[in-house]
Structures are given as C-alpha cells and as structure tokens.
Write a protein that binds this ligand. Structure first.
Ligand code: IPE
Ligand code: IPE
Ligand code: MG
Length: 243
C-alpha cells in the first residue's frame, strides 16, 4: 500500500518531528479477554502496522517503536520465544515498508538475536537505506543505559588509541554514537497501557520530549488516540529551559 496523504490533526508546522511510542499493555489486554498473553502481542502487531501507516499518511517524518527491551529477556522463556517468532514473521512481511518507502533502523543490540533475525534486520536496513517517506526506529533488544554505556566505551577506546581528546567529547559526539544517530531528538513520547514511566527507553533522546500517557492498552490504540496525543502536544509550551 503506497503513501496516501491525509490531513494531519494540527497544522504541519506544529506536528512533532519525532514521535516515540512505548507499545505497552498487550498482555493485560489479552488477560482481560481470558486469552494467553501472546494473543495480545499478535493484536499489538496489527496496531503497530495501523499506527505506522497512519503516521506516514499524516506526514510524521520520524517514528520509533519500543518492541523489546533489554529487560524483556527476563520474561518466561515461552513468551520470549513467541516474541522472537513474531519478530521473524514481521521480518518476512516487511515488503509493506518497501512499498511505503519507509526507512527502517534497528535501535538496539543486534548481537542478542539469532542469526536469521540479525540477517533479516540488516537486509531490511540496507534495502530501505534511501527511502525518504518516513524513518522508523525499531527498538528491539534496546535499553537506554546499554546504549549510553556502549557509546562511552566506543569513545573511551578512541581516546585510548589517541584518536580523540577528552575535551573533544561533546553532547553532539555522544549523540553520534547512539543508535539514533540519524534521527532527531524525540518531540513526543507516547505510552499507552496505563503505566507512567519510561522503562529505559530513549533517556538521552527524550531530554526535552513532551510525555503523553493514556490508559488504553496498545491493541486498542488507534488513529484517533494518536491524533489526541498530537493535539495535546501542539497545545504544550516548550521552553527548553528558556522563558
Ligand atoms: C508490551 O506489552 C509488549 C512487550 C513488552 C514486548 P506487555 O507484554 O508489556 O503487556 P503488559 O504490560 O504486560 O500488559
Ligand atoms: C516496556 O514495557 C518495553 C516495551 C514496551 C517493549 P514493559 O512492560 O517491559 O515495561 P515495565 O516492565 O512495565 O516497566
Ligand atoms: Mg508491559
């Protein structure tokens, strides 16, 4: 399905450039229906597709989805296994992103995945490199602390090799060593599912993000809910520490 431009809920100049979404509440959504948690994850994937398509159509240039955290490995083996299989399936269905000309970037430590998933992700990133309609960050095996620690390690290595002076380490340089190096900072962070926390997601990139929480479980999140978050964002006054 190609891009089908739609009118955004607020004027284009008031739209957030980078929206980040913590897709939470799949398990509770399923439990409420007496179904296994995995059923919630399957429904959650449908919502992911719906929302990414809608974001593209209303002209959001950058969007990031939190798919699997570095802490999610602590879940029961069976659930982790099911989540990995869902990821495999999504990678196989990734043609839609080609049709939509969406660029995909993995935010996370790919070394944690099985080889077929790792290769699938790399191929997708490579094939979509020049797509210009929207850039989508997929945060999988992602943890902000892990990301910042890796950046610190890379910079320390450069200093050790004499290729970098400590005083040359700037905020910009640190940003350049994060998974999001090709994306701007987050403008709007959305967390459905009722929890009001950040759960190790994009800590550095959210320094001045506006936060939007709602109780809707992710599988029930829809276009109207995204519109509401964007309208709320446009109403906020961002001061960035100034007056
Ligand atoms: C989010 O939904 C998906 C992942 C973390 C993989 P949850 O699985 O956290 O669902 P709840 O929060 O337990 O309802
Ligand atoms: C955050 O949700 C991770 C993802 C949505 C992928 P969690 O459900 O893992 O977060 P906590 O445990 O409620 O903080
Ligand atoms: Mg959760």
């Amino acid at each position: 399905m190609a891009k089908q431009p739609m009118t955004p809920p607020v004027p284009a100049d008031m739209m957030p450039k980078h929206i980040a979404i913590i897709m939470d509440g799949n398990g509770r959504w399923a439990k409420k229906r007496g179904m296994p948690r995995t059923y919630g994850h399957i429904e959650g994937v449908k919502t992911f597709r719906k929302i990414s398509r809608y974001a593209l159509n209303i002209g959001v240039p950058y969007i990031s989805f939190y798919v699997f955290s570095t802490e999610n490995w602590n879940r029961p083996e069976d659930e982790v296994h099911q989540l990995m299989n869902l990821m495999r399936k999504q990678l196989m269905d990734a043609r839609v992103f080609t049709e939509e000309r969406t660029r995909l970037i993995l935010l996370g430590d790919r070394s944690g995945f099985d080889e077929d998933i790792r290769n699938g992700i790399s191929n997708l990133e490579e094939d979509s490199r020049d797509y210009e309609n929207m850039t989508m960050g997929i945060a999988a095996n992602y943890g902000s602390r892990h990301e910042i620690t890796s950046a610190a390690r890379e910079l320390a290595q450069l200093v050790k090799e004499g290729r970098l002076q400590p005083e040359e380490i700037t905020e910009d340089l640190i940003s350049q060593h994060l998974y999001t190096k090709e994306m701007p900072d987050v403008d709007l962070l959305i967390r459905p599912g009722g929890e009001q926390r950040i759960s190790n997601f994009l800590l550095w990139q959210c320094a001045y993000a506006e936060f939007y929480f709602c109780d809707t479980f992710w599988p029930d999140f829809d276009e109207k809910e995204l519109d509401k978050a964007i309208i709320e964002f446009a109403r906020r006054t961002r001061r960035f520490g100034g007056l």
